[in-house]
Design a protein around this ligand. Sequence first.
Ligand SMILES: [Zn+2]
Length: 411
Amino acid sequence: MKRIFYLLLLISLFLPGNTALAAADSDFAKRADGMAEITELRVSAQRDKARIVLEASREVAIKTMALSSPSRVVVDIKNAWVSPQAKKDMDIDSPFAGHVRVAQFDPNTVRVVVQTTMGKNNYSVFTLTSPHRVVMDFGDVGGSTEQAQIKPKEQTDKKAKPTTVKPPADKKQEKKKPKAHDKKDKQEKDPILQEAGRNGKEDNKEDESELDKQIRDLTSLKGRRIVIDPGHGGSDSGAIGSSGVTEKSVTLRVSRELQRLLEAEGATVIMTRNMDTEVSKKGAKATDIEELQARCDVANQNKADIFLSIHMDSFTNNAAKGTTVYYYSSGDKKSRLLGEKIRENLVEALGTTSRGTQSSNFYVVKHTDMPAVLIEVAFISNKAEEKLMASMKGVKQAAQGIADGIADYFG
Ligand SMILES: [Zn+2]
């Protein structure tokens, strides 16, 4: 790899009119010199664990952090850059880990974030050599672990929880080798270099505020200004389901949960309303247009990067169901992409039918200056979807889906 860059540099120096290109190559060659290239991301779901493997062009040092709400494990790969060809985002079909995202966190660090509810004894992050890899196991990692002994075979649902099967012999070997290697060669240089085979225990000693800080530095959402508009409110209930669930209450709950998730990843969130109220200063006396314009004003005046209006759909025929995202086709060019990403992730998280990403003239997407979408999460007029969205599970799934979509959009 490196040799190719130097060769290119050499050739371009002898070609006329190529000095800019030569300078760029030179900068890159200098920067990449000595750094590991992360060339590939792979995931595999096994019966007793989920495994994530990142291939590297040379030996790497890693640092692992565990974070809660939402639960995830963050691994920083030092002195590395992620190849444009490498996959950045993958779902894992496993009860042990749900999703992995890889990004260039800063010029020298590649950050890997894994959604997982595994505790410290049930994941393991380590490096391997020849070829160089970072391996992340979730589930049965053959760790210490009292858990494994306390919970014998009474578990009937093997998929739901880590099992207690002994690790295969080859895995033990894998884990030992880099440990010895790392300690000898590198530890004196950098105290935060990873000893391989660790179960994440030491890392959990970092106190919560430090972890919060770390998560705030997360990749794509850091520093983004996001305005969330919980649809309806106050004198306007929005649609009402057959069991009496109001649209305005569901939109506020989803919005609050979404706010929490986005802030945990470093975004600045501004809500058009935080309570069961109108947004306009005129309150219940505001006209419909005044009320909607007040919501747009919050986004425009705060110079938001994106605007999201959260709603629940409703129809006279209670068989209608599913998720729709609307954008204004003559508005910001990126609105459609934002809508697509949110709809894809939302449908996946909620298990609803997709009704597409559609163009519309809804006031709030037409009168906002930034990429803007109106999300009809599900149908409150449909019994099953009303029930789902009245539950905390549905609220959380919806918020997580929207948050993932926003992260994809910015990623
Ligand atoms: Zn609505």
